[in-house]
Design a protein around this ligand. Structure first.
Ligand code: SF4
Length: 336
């Protein structure tokens, strides 16, 4: 076991700490509707939707997604365009692409029965779009395996509990330590309780230690280090990419092309575009932030339709999955 978690376990009682946490959770934890399920399909979709998305925004999409694709079979048999149309506006489209691809693999391979095998974690990790956190979340929340899935929220809570000075960016180091905790710490209820603790008391800027049920067991708070943990490195400014977009439209149509499946806005419908080596002198029509860079879009109205594009009726635009800034831009151009 890693040193911080093992040192914590030798200093405090893991059992008493878990009991105190669960007592609080049963009285004051959040009652989130999607936590009620133990269905691996729903858990997988929900966890994927919740990544990089705020809960309020995700709620609408969770409902919409399950209305369109209530089970693995429906999702596996849907077209990618149908999935993208439900996903549009949520960003990080690679998630939708992977959900669709993995649904097809799982459906063809006989569904979720492999979750009962001892290799369940490895098998999950081999599927497109299922990473360390999601694989463990599926096993933990379905109660098929003993894991504590560690996301960014849990890194903060665990760093403070364990007085761990490992930088927050090294999430895998926290996960490795969590994997070796006693079983009482690797249940779905403890995972939900720790997540709620991170959202309700162990806040990023001002942890509310006096109200926290874990105060007696928190080494970081005892050492007066709560608000300094986890250690965060200063973020480097995001690099910028400059893109040129061609807009050709008339009163009835706008000309769009479907982007390649890989790369920025994979498989979405977009104005024909190409990256520029340096920024033009004029102002960009929009700026859009991705996780690792910013895209500045320069739009040119052209008299002839670009050869790679096809006409899409303005009245059918809502049937096409478009990147958010392009959707906004086109809505400002609507001829009616
Ligand atoms: Fe977080 Fe403070 Fe609770 Fe420790 S005592 S878990 S730092 S809120």
């Amino acid at each position: 076991m890693g040193s911080a978690a093992s040192a914590w376990l030798s200093r405090y009682s893991a059992n008493e700490a878990a009991q105190s946490l669960l007592l609080w959770y049963r009285r004051q934890g959040r009652r989130l509707p999607w936590r009620e399920t133990r269905d691996p399909y729903r858990i997988w979709v929900i966890e994927t939707l919740l990544q990089q998305t705020r809960i309020l925004q995700a709620q609408t999409y969770i409902q919409r997604f399950f209305e369109a694709f209530p089970d693995l079979e429906t999702l596996a048999n849907a077209s990618l365009n149908q999935v993208l149309a439900v996903w549009q506006g949520l960003g990080y489209y690679q998630r939708a692409y992977h959900l669709h691809q993995t649904a097809q693999k799982l459906y063809q391979g006989g569904g979720w029965s492999f979750l009962d095998s001892p290799q369940a974690l490895e098998n999950l990790l081999a599927l497109p779009g299922i990473g360390s956190y999601t694989a463990r979340a599926i096993l933990c929340f379905t109660e098929k395996g003993k894991y504590l899935p560690v996301d960014g929220n849990l890194v903060r809570v665990l760093a403070r509990l364990w007085k761990d000075t490992t930088p927050a960016t090294q999430r895998s180091a926290y996960q490795a330590q969590a994997d070796t905790l006693p079983d009482i710490w690797k249940t779905r209820e403890v995972a939900f309780a720790l997540m709620d603790l991170g959202q309700l008391h162990c806040l990023p800027q001002r942890p509310e230690c006096l109200l926290c049920p874990m105060q007696r067991f928190c080494w970081g708070a005892e050492a007066g280090l709560a608000s300094q943990l986890p250690i965060r490195k200063q973020k480097a400014p995001r690099p910028v990419q400059y893109w040129h977009f061609w807009l050709h439209a008339d009163g009835k149509h706008v000309w769009l092309e479907q982007r390649p499946p890989r790369g920025i806005w994979g498989s979405l419908w977009c104005l024909p575009a190409h990256p520029l080596p340096k920024p033009p002198k004029n102002k960009p029509a929009f700026k859009h932030a991705f996780t690792h860079f910013e895209l500045w879009g320069y739009v040119e109205r052209v008299a002839e339709p670009p050869s790679s594009a096809q006409p899409v009726p303005w009245t059918r635009l809502c049937e096409f999955a478009l990147p958010t800034p392009i959707k906004r831009l086109l809505h400002s151009q609507l001829p009616f």
